[in-house]
Ligand binder design. Structure first.
Ligand code: SER
Length: 341
């Protein structure tokens, strides 16, 4: 929270109550040049209130609500995190489309109007996801890293929504009204395609990559864990501190050659995480009872992704291996978390 009267960066943070929202708000809290205006449908709770400057509760699909906030605060940047994740979205696909696509469109459109009225570009950052991929069983069996433009055949509503929002952002950021406008596009659009994200401080909900974070929280709280995918199910991962750091790095890079970048730190299967966790929590008990639908979804996601564009263009550095992530962040943080509850 800042006492300075007019910070030059006024950031609208949607989905502030979610896992990444908490991490980003914390990371931005000490920057005197940043004012964070948080938006969420639900109250993000006490823990985040000290880190934000203002909170507005409301729906990002409500045009009047968003327009009012963007104009009132003369927003210069939008970090748009609000979304229904892949498992939740499969239960309410039409609602997911409303939030994930209509909500993003609403924000992009209002940001473009704001940019035009104030004569300055609005920066717009949004996470995408490995759910944009849709590997065939043969492609999945090959393993290895998948490139940015390969196998883009999402099988989930969430993945389809995210892939479209990448394209929509690219339109606003690079090609807006290309036939009639002679100025620069109104939006500086930047998107991180995230792998499964591992947070020690919060428990995930609604995602299909939740099997590893759930296993971690079960280990730390001494509960047995019934894993909803098979032990050999493998996707790429990063920790929450790395996710927050990469988001800030991308946000702060002077200019970027691409609109969308893959990021990830390591690739690991559920069974490998179980084995690595047992070095810290020897009593952990995991059984594998695959859920047919969720297993099928994860099976279309790559084992790993190629992050070389992000490394080259804005200095992204994968920080940790699985073992290092457990030692340096996850295990100490999750132990603290459960010691204090
Ligand atoms: N974590 C997301 C999900 O499981 C994937 O990016 O839906």
């Amino acid at each position: 929270m800042h006492l300075m009267s007019s910070p030059s960066r006024r950031i609208l943070l949607t989905g502030a109550a979610g896992e990444i929202g908490h991490g980003l708000a914390r990371a931005l809290a000490d920057d005197p040049d940043v004012k964070v205006i948080a938006v969420d449908l639900r109250d993000p709770g006490k823990s985040i209130r000290k880190d934000i400057d203002e909170l507005h509760m409301g729906d990002i699909c409500d045009r009047g609500f968003v327009d009012h906030i963007v104009t009132m605060h003369e927003i210069t940047e939008i970090v748009h995190l609000a979304a229904l994740l892949s498992t939740r979205a499969e239960h309410v696909p039409e609602k997911a489309h409303e939030v994930n696509v209509d909500g993003t469109f609403n924000l992009l459109r209002i940001a473009a109007e704001q940019a035009q009225s104030f004569g300055r570009v609005v920066k717009f950052t949004v996470p995408s996801s490995i759910a944009v991929y849709g590997l065939s069983p043969q492609e999945k069996a090959l393993g290895g890293k998948v490139g940015l433009d390969e196998c883009l055949r999402p099988v989930t509503m969430y993945g389809a929504n995210k892939l479209y929002c990448e394209a929509l952002g690219r339109y606003y950021g690079r090609h807006y009204r290309s036939l009639t406008s002679d100025g620069p596009p109104p939006i500086d659009f930047r998107c991180l395609r995230l792998p499964g994200v591992l947070a020690a401080e919060t428990k995930p909900t609604g995602g299909t990559s939740d099997f590893v974070p759930e296993m971690i929280h079960a280990a730390a709280s001494g509960q047995p864990y019934e894993c909803f995918v098979t032990a050999d199910t493998r996707i790429p991962w990063m920790t929450m501190p790395e996710c927050v750091e990469a988001t800030l790095q991308l946000l702060q890079a002077d200019s970027v050659a691409q609109c969308v970048y893959n990021v990830a730190s390591f690739s690991a299967s559920a069974g490998e995480v179980e084995a690595a966790l047992k070095a810290h929590f020897p009593d952990l008990q995991v059984t594998y009872v695959p859920h047919e639908g969720r297993q099928a979804m994860v099976h279309t996601w790559p084992d790993d992704v190629d992050v070389s564009d992000a490394v080259r263009d804005w200095g992204y550095t994968p920080r940790w291996t699985l073992q290092q992530a457990l030692e340096d962040y996850i295990v100490p943080a999750v132990r603290r978390q459960y010691a204090s509850t």
